[in-house]
Design a protein around this ligand. Structure first.
Ligand code: ATP
Ligand code: MG
Length: 347
């Protein structure tokens, strides 16, 4: 929870404000994670929730951290936010070490955490935003216009003086998102930010994420099970499975790695008659007066062989195109491919 991120457990050592490479701020990764691990429990009950994880997120980038339930996403986010101590490894946020320069590091972060109360229920939405703004070192006159804008855009302005505890789950989530953004932090951690939001609010939040990254240079880590949200927003996708990062690639590159072997062929006329020439595993659908054949797992030799057989039948070819799979499909294939480990050629 955000409220535990400040104050408690301060270290006795004075924090030094200097940053590594502070002279060249642009070169400081917004988030720098090095060999980060987390193990829960002891002995026979040991569970390694996060295996050695190394990644950097530059300013202006949205990282989609995806993985099935229990994969280690929330554990990772909480370690970056300084809410749980890593078993080993380091996290730097805008150059500040989260373990050694805790309050300076945490001040760079706004977070919406999954499954925890991110905001104070007895307080109103308005009071929550003032509280979280002050916690991050802002003063009333700086906070109020921003609080007004956030609450207005989320459709909560009229109800700003009501207790958050009396809000619906989606309304509470909206306040949590607003609280994470109130201090305009350079690093935003969003663990399932659109969970429970209505269509319009989800769109507003997605719009903010895109704007914060593209126009305001914020670094954003986003977890979601709504893969179309990740596909839309994330510049890069890291897939985590049982605590292990099994893919870390720019979104377009991840999708294109799976696009190479997938084609759609459109022919004139109904599907009848094509069956003998369609390879195993291909999908055949009627598309108006035409027929669409999708070849999965087909290289170009398989494509040409199929086109040759179509020609032999005298079929009239309308179009052939390579298909980009949806992220959801890539994700499922990655998770089920035991040996998969995809890394960018450049990384
Ligand atoms: N406090 C804890 N004590 C013991 N084990 C924990 C604790 N918190 C998390 N775990 C375990 O760590 C693993 C990773 O959990 P985590 O919450 O990070 O998963 P997640 O990827 O966020 O999953 P979800 O998609 O369900 O939110 C799980 O096996 C979970 O049971
Ligand atoms: Mg989680």
């Amino acid at each position: 929870m955000l409220r535990t991120s400040e104050g408690a457990k301060e270290r006795p050592l004075p924090e030094r404000a200097e940053r590594r490479d502070a002279s060249d701020e642009e070169r400081v990764a917004a988030v720098d994670v090095r060999r980060l691990t987390k193990t829960y429990g002891r002995g026979a009950r040991t569970l390694t929730a996060v295996k050695p994880m190394t990644m950097t997120i530059p300013p202006g980038h949205v990282l989609g951290l995806l993985g099935p339930n229990g994969a280690g996403k929330t554990t990772t986010i909480k370690m970056i936010a300084g809410l749980i101590a890593p078993s080993s490894g380091t996290v730097r946020v805008k150059g500040f070490d989260v373990a050694r320069q805790r309050s300076l590091a945490v001040r760079q972060i706004g977070a919406v955490l999954e499954g925890s109360r991110n905001v104070y229920w007895p307080l109103s939405a308005w009071q929550n935003l003032l509280y979280f703004g002050r916690l991050k070192g802002l003063r009333g006159p700086e906070i109020k216009p921003r609080a007004r804008q956030l609450l207005t855009e989320l459709g909560l302005w009229e109800r700003r003086h009501e207790r958050v505890g009396s809000f619906s789950r989606g309304m509470q989530q909206k306040v949590a998102v607003a609280a994470a953004l109130i201090a305009d932090p350079p690093v935003v951690l969003l663990d399932e930010p659109t969970l429970g939001l209505d269509v319009e609010a989800a769109r507003t939040v997605k719009g903010w994420v895109a704007r914060l990254a593209r126009h305001e240079g914020k670094a954003i880590v986003l977890t979601t099970h709504q893969l179309e949200v990740a596909q839309e927003l994330a510049d890069r996708i890291a897939v985590i499975r049982e605590g292990d990062i099994i893919a870390d690639l720019p979104t377009a590159e991840l999708l294109s790695r799976y696009a190479e072997d997938r084609f759609q062929v459109l022919t004139a006329g109904p599907p009848d008659g094509l069956t003998p020439v369609v390879p195993d595993g291909a999908r055949v659908e009627a598309a108006g007066d035409a027929t669409l054949v999708t070849l999965a797992d087909a290289d170009s030799a398989a494509l040409y062989a199929f086109l040759g057989r179509l020609e032999g039948l005298g079929a009239h070819l309308l179009s052939v195109r390579q298909v980009q799979p949806a992220l959801e499909e890539v994700f499922i294939r990655l998770l089920h491919d035991g040996s998969a480990k995809l890394e960018s050629a450049g990384s």
